[in-house]
Design a binder for this molecule. Structure first.
Ligand code: PEP
Ligand code: MG
Length: 590
């Protein structure tokens, strides 16, 4: 069992995929051989470039997800990486090592730099390693083992897969994959979801248990792998596959329905996106615009800060494609567990309490200005809104707004078109912002509650620490009351209150958020249809009455019990749905 990161059931024969960086020995070059050795290295780099470009072309021809091409583009950039390429050449020239050994030394140095970073960034080292392996293979004239040329339908089993390995997978050949390494936010997992290939990561020692051609079953939802399945297992899995297909088409159908409650309340369901390529899913699953565009993911494929032009073209593309639906662009939420390697803040003791998000932007005004200018320039269609992350109160909000104002003046003077009345929202994800919401409301057009962080900071529970995951409690009375406070302030100032954290896509939590008065949600696009279904079964006035009861409890156990009783009663004639709701981790007893 591992961590299911991309749903779907695969049944097929295993194919072990081993890619290793063979050890290379140290050798000292003669003076006259140094420059030819450097040329040999440069040729290998050039050949690698051609190979990646060809792979990129094939990916584009196959019309596959843009995320794949984006990863390959980043790999092309890595071929110019100073720490890898220039450093290798330097080692050949100054230490007189052969190209292979110099490259392996440079890679080790890069690895050391990544070693002290949080898991998310260590994942990024895989990209560098992947490029290093390709160059090494070309130096040695060896062929890169590629999943692209897989001839038979297989389930790939590996210790690890690089993003390029994943990018080169053909959906008609790779039925699924399971690897020992990886996390939910690794490139490999992101790409598996983009390609809709069932995938499991973190399966301890799987390469030791599975052999080539073994028949296996892989369930990307539960994270379970069955080796040597019985007839019974197989029957059950074929049924699961059918059910999955039915469920997928049902989701798409449900996505077309209106999110209106039984008593006529329209609920706004928008999408959270990280990449422009997700626009397709927004349409597919019936989201209304974007409620949270996590722009820091623009950094995923960059080794430096994306330019104003680059950012502008991304924002403009989303705004145009979704017009007239709204697009809420969140300004950079870098730091914490996101892309700190670019920020030089990686040695912080408590990155989640450190120089993150708006704090980083206000300390690095040049970076913030580039983004705000890009957003303003893209706003001329008037469907873009700006949202600041991690505000702790009024001063950061005012400082950001002042900067925005000065950039508006600049653009106006230059005759550049933009939305003069661009709405400004604040993410409410720090307890102090809940307390100060009333004062902040005066300078805002909307609030958006980031429950992922609000829970973490309210309960002092690291959202990424599996050891205390049971203490991360969305239905904790303190969390519920915080949310209710923001709803009250929103009503008082007549400004909308959204929820864009993961609570929005958990059916039980979404129901409880509606009970507390939330009417706007934003979530990963494929979560939308299920929430639509819940909305369409809801009687809002009764639910609101329940919300008042919910706010009276004093422990999380009490609120969980109350919610369980309520949903059992509410959905007693819809047992499938009830079963689904009861699986919510928000209801797990602590
Ligand atoms: C949140 O904190 O709830 C949120 C939506 O932002 P992120 O998950 O990007 O921190
Ligand atoms: Mg957050």
């Amino acid at each position: 069992k591992g961590l299911g990161v991309s749903s779907g059931v695969a049944i097929g024969h295993a194919r072990l995929f081993h890619v290793s960086m063979v050890d290379v020995g140290e050798s000292i070059l003669l003076e006259q051989n140094i420059e030819p050795e450097i040329d040999r290295f440069k040729n290998a780099v050039a050949l690698t470039r051609v190979q990646i470009e060809e792979l990129g072309k094939r990916v584009t021809e196959r019309g596959e997800n843009k995320a794949l091409s984006e990863v390959l583009t980043m790999h092309l950039l890595l071929l110019e990486d100073r720490m890898l390429i220039d450093r290798t050449i330097e080692l050949v020239r100054e230490s007189r090592f052969g190209a292979e050994y110099s490259l392996s030394c440079a890679l080790k140095e890069v690895k050391k730099r990544y070693a002290g970073l949080p898991d998310l960034f260590r994942e990024r080292f895989k990209d560098v390693e992947d490029i290093g392996r390709r160059i090494m293979n070309n130096l040695r004239g060896a062929h890169t083992q590629s999943l692209e040329h897989l001839e038979e339908e297989s389930i790939i089993i590996a210790r690890d897969l690089s993003p390029t390995d994943t990018a080169s997978m053909r959906k008609d050949k790779v039925l699924g994959f399971a690897i020992e390494a990886g996390g939910k936010t690794s490139h490999t997992a992101i790409l598996a979801r983009a390609l809709e290939i069932p995938a499991i990561v973190g399966v301890h020692n799987i390469t030791k248990f599975v052999q080539d051609d073994d028949l296996i079953i892989l369930d990307g939802q539960s994270g379970q792998i069955i080796l040597e399945p019985s007839e019974e297992d197989l029957d059950e899995s074929y049924k699961k596959q059918d059910l999955y297909q039915v469920r997928q088409s049902r989701l798409v159908e449900m996505g077309k329905l209106e999110p209106v409650t039984v008593d006529g309340h329209v609920i706004d369901l928008a999408a959270n996106i990280e990449f422009t390529s997700e626009i397709e899913s927004i349409n597919k699953y019936g989201a209304h615009g974007v409620g949270l565009y996590r722009t820091e993911f623009l950094f995923l494929n960059n080794i430096s800060i994306p330019s104003e032009e680059e950012q502008y073209s991304h924002y403009k593309e989303v705004a145009e494609k979704l017009y007239p639906d709204p697009v809420i662009i969140r300004t950079l939420d870098l730091g914490g567990d996101k892309f700190a390697h670019l920020l030089d803040t990686s040695d912080e003791m408590n990155p989640f309490l450190g120089c993150r998000a708006i704090r980083f932007c206000l300390e690095n005004l040049e970076i913030f200005k580039i983004q705000l200018r890009a957003i303003l320039r893209a706003s001329s269609l008037r469907n873009i809104q700006i949202m600041y992350p991690l505000l702790s109160g009024c001063s950061e909000l005012r400082a950001a707004n002042e900067l925005l104002q000065s950039l508006k003046d600049e653009l106006r003077n230059d005759g550049v078109a933009f939305d003069e009345n661009i709405p400004i929202g604040a993410m409410i994800e720090v307890p102090s912002a809940v307390i100060m919401a009333r004062e902040m409301a005066e300078d805002l057009s909307f609030f958006s509650i980031g429950t992922n962080d609000l829970i973490q900071y309210t309960l002092a529970v690291d959202r990424g620490n599996e050891k205390i995951a049971h203490l991360y409690q969305p239905l904790h009375p303190a969390v519920l009351r915080m949310i209710a406070n923001v709803v009250d302030v929103g009503r008082e100032f007549s400004i909308p209150v959204d929820v864009c954290g993961e609570m929005a896509s958990d059916p039980v939590c979404a129901l409880m958020l509606m009970a507390l008065g939330i009417e706007r949600f934003s979530m990963a696009p494929h979560g939308i249809p299920t929430i639509k279904e819940i909305v369409r079964l809801t009687q809002m006035d009764r639910l609101r009455e329940f919300g008042k009861e919910l706010l009276k409890v004093s422990t999380v156990q009490e609120s969980q019990l109350l919610v369980k009783q309520y949903i059992s009663c509410l959905f007693s004639n819809n047992l499938d749905l009830l079963e689904n709701l009861n699986e919510s981790t928000a209801l797990a007893y602590n």
